[in-house]
Design a binder for this molecule. Structure first.
Ligand SMILES: [Zn+2]
Length: 187
């Protein structure tokens, strides 16, 4: 996870003391490694509560598509992140079910869904790869430690519009054919 994505998530978590929050993860795949370059919040209609977070599908769909479009398809939806305020960072049955719903609507181009679970302070996280059969496998995660996502991509032709870094101030609309991203995470 790049520093930029991590910074965004930590800022969001620290503004939500005692309640859950979460959002979408966008990035790319290099070899067997998924690199998270961008993260979103739950959206203006997202619901943050002590025991769950509802992520606004329209908001995250737009977030993912803007980055995908601006990157010429190099960045795409990888999965979601959310907080477990209770302490345990285990991938719960509800987390697996939420991931399976995303896989069912082909929300991610990958055959697996990546779920990153943070502690209430945003200090530590565990990452899981969830497959079609509902099998959740923990995968190693590096928080920060990567250069900016532009450097991380290392693709000379890659050019992302600067305005893509200010997604929340845009009103640009995109549509998607494979169904909107809708989910509810419960710790
Ligand atoms: Zn959870």
């Amino acid at each position: 996870m790049t520093i930029r994505a991590l910074d965004f998530i930590r800022t969001e978590i620290r503004s939500c003391v005692g309640i859950e929050t979460g959002g979408a993860l966008v990035g790319y795949v290099s070899g067997t490694c998924a690199v998270v370059t961008h993260a979103s919040d739950p959206g203006p209609a997202g619901v943050r509560r002590p025991a769950f977070v509802t992520i606004e599908g329209r908001h995250t769909t737009q977030f993912c598509w803007q980055l995908q479009e601006a990157s010429g398809g190099r960045l795409f939806y990888l999965g979601d992140w959310h907080v477990h305020p209770g302490g345990s960072l285990v991938c719960s049955g509800a987390d697996v079910r939420a991931a399976l719903r995303q896989l069912e609507v082909n929300a991610t181009p990958l055959p697996v869904f990546i779920s990153v679970i943070f502690d209430r302070y945003g200090i530590t996280a565990r990452a899981f790869r969830i497959g079609w059969k509902g099998n959740a496998t923990e995968i190693p995660i590096t928080l920060g430690g990567l250069p900016s996502w532009r450097e991380a991509l290392c693709i000379p032709r890659f050019a992302l519009h600067d305005n893509a870094c200010h997604l929340f101030s845009q009103s640009h609309q995109t549509s998607r054919s494979s169904g909107e991203i809708e989910k509810k995470w419960r710790s």
